[in-house]
Design a protein around this ligand. Structure first.
Ligand SMILES: NC(=O)c1ccc[n+]([C@@H]2O[C@H](COP(=O)([O-])OP(=O)(O)OC[C@H]3O[C@@H](n4cnc5c(N)ncnc54)[C@H](O)[C@@H]3O)[C@@H](O)[C@H]2O)c1
Ligand SMILES: [Zn+2]
Ligand SMILES: [Zn+2]
Length: 356
């Protein structure tokens, strides 16, 4: 098969690689029809995720068809169209039994495109396949479905649900990349009073408006005053951090109201300062989290029912053989206005989506 193989920091190529085979009775082999690129893949290529060994196939999001299953797999069969989740789950360990699949201690968790070969390939071996894939209904397109492998459940679980968004709330979302935008989309399921999106990039602020932010603010221009004005000096009920730098986390702790909640989604590479000298008296709750993907079935139902419109998060589409172009577009959003980039087995899909 062909696959995007990591060869060390800054190096990857669309190589011929061995076809994956069943290694365990719980495995399935999925023929990948659509995959996508995550910001985390860029982190891996920058060398920030050293446990990824050279030779690993990248990618942790896919939609495809099951072509083979191990002897222990009953719930899915060859021919089934499935979503491959970014999180695999053994289903048996203490954490899986509490639906904390991201923390799986039985060989699951985030393993695809990290500790084992991933989804940016023509075929992928999915471990614990019954727990790590979701059957797809006929009507849902690949581009919509593939967004539910990672960014939608991440934003919804770690941002909106951990942040406890309630009707009427003022919700500040700091960072309007794919994750922040998905938080803006899924926060609306709870009828917040107002969503304020904060970013530095004009294209991202514009996207935030399109996806339902009521107010957008430039992080460089002190959005604290704006939040103050909007909330009679109280602050936001919920502040969702979707960047992953100290400045954005600290901004969240400044704009949250007494008794409010800060939900950190961003992956941080540097220490952020926790200003307990200001926060201790404010009854603030701070949450963190790696996505578990327990919400994926709910999200699939909402997308299928038309309650959640996610397709506009996909801005570009390419055939597999143009995966390097896709990385190029995805990694330069200021020039390309890229959000998510779909990669299709059938290059004919390329023309279905607007190109810049
Ligand atoms: N917790 C999880 O399970 C999980 C899963 C996936 C991704 N993530 C993390 O979520 C974060 C967001 O992901 P993404 O794909 O949307 O990233 P992204 O880089 O595409 O988007 C980040 C956005 O933040 C903006 N930004 C940068 N600095 C800022 C600042 N100081 N203030 C306000 N905005 C600023 C950028 O302009 C950009 O639009 C990343 O850190 C990613 O690693 C977490
Ligand atoms: Zn990801
Ligand atoms: Zn487990």
């Amino acid at each position: 098969m062909r696959a995007l193989v990591y060869h060390g920091p800054g190096e990857s190529s669309w190589d011929t690689a061995p076809d994956p085979g069943i290694e365990d009775a719980a495995d399935a082999i999925v023929r990948v029809d659509t995959t996508t690129i995550c910001g985390t893949d860029l982190h891996i290529l920058e060398g920030d995720v050293p446990e990824v060994r050279p030779g690993t196939v990248l990618g942790h999001e896919a939609v495809g068809e099951v072509v083979e299953v191990g002897g222990g797999v009953r719930a899915i069969r060859p021919g089934d169209r499935v979503l491959v989740s970014c999180i695999s789950a053994c289903g048996r360990c203490r954490f899986c039994r509490q639906a904390m699949y991201g923390q799986c201690r039985g060989g699951g968790g985030w393993v695809l495109g990290h500790l084992i070969n991933g989804t940016q390939a023509e075929y992928v071996r999915v471990p614990f396949a019954e727990m790590s894939t979701y059957p797809l209904m006929g009507g849902m397109g690949d581009e919509a479905a593939v967004l539910l492998a990672d960014i939608l459940p991440t934003a919804y679980e770690v941002g909106v649900l951990k942040g406890g968004v309630r009707p009427g709330d003022t919700v500040v979302v700091v960072g309007a990349g794919p994750i922040g935008l998905a938080a803006i989309l899924t926060a609306q399921l709870y009828s917040p009073g107002r969503i304020v999106a904060v970013d530095l990039a004009p294209a991202r602020m514009e996207a935030a408006k399109q996806l339902g932010a009521d107010v957008v603010a430039d992080a460089a221009q002190g959005p604290e005053q704006l939040v103050d004005d909007l909330t009679d000096g109280l602050g936001a009920d919920v502040a969702i951090e979707a960047v992953g730098v100290p400045e954005s986390f600290e901004l969240c702790t400044r704009v949250v109201r007494p008794g409010g909640r800060v939900a950190n989604i961003g992956v941080h590479g540097r220490s952020a300062t926790l200003h307990l000298e200001d926060l201790w008296i404010k009854d603030v709750t701070i949450s963190t989290g790696l996505v578990d993907t327990y919400s994926t079935p709910d999200l699939l139902r909402m997308v299928a029912a038309g309650r959640l419109q996610v397709s506009s998060l996909v801005t570009h589409a390419f055939g597999f053989d143009r995966i390097k172009d896709a990385y190029d577009v995805f990694s330069h959003p200021a020039d390309t206005a890229a959000l998510k980039v779909a990669l299709h087995r059938e290059p004919s899909h390329e023309s279905l989506l607007p190109q810049p």
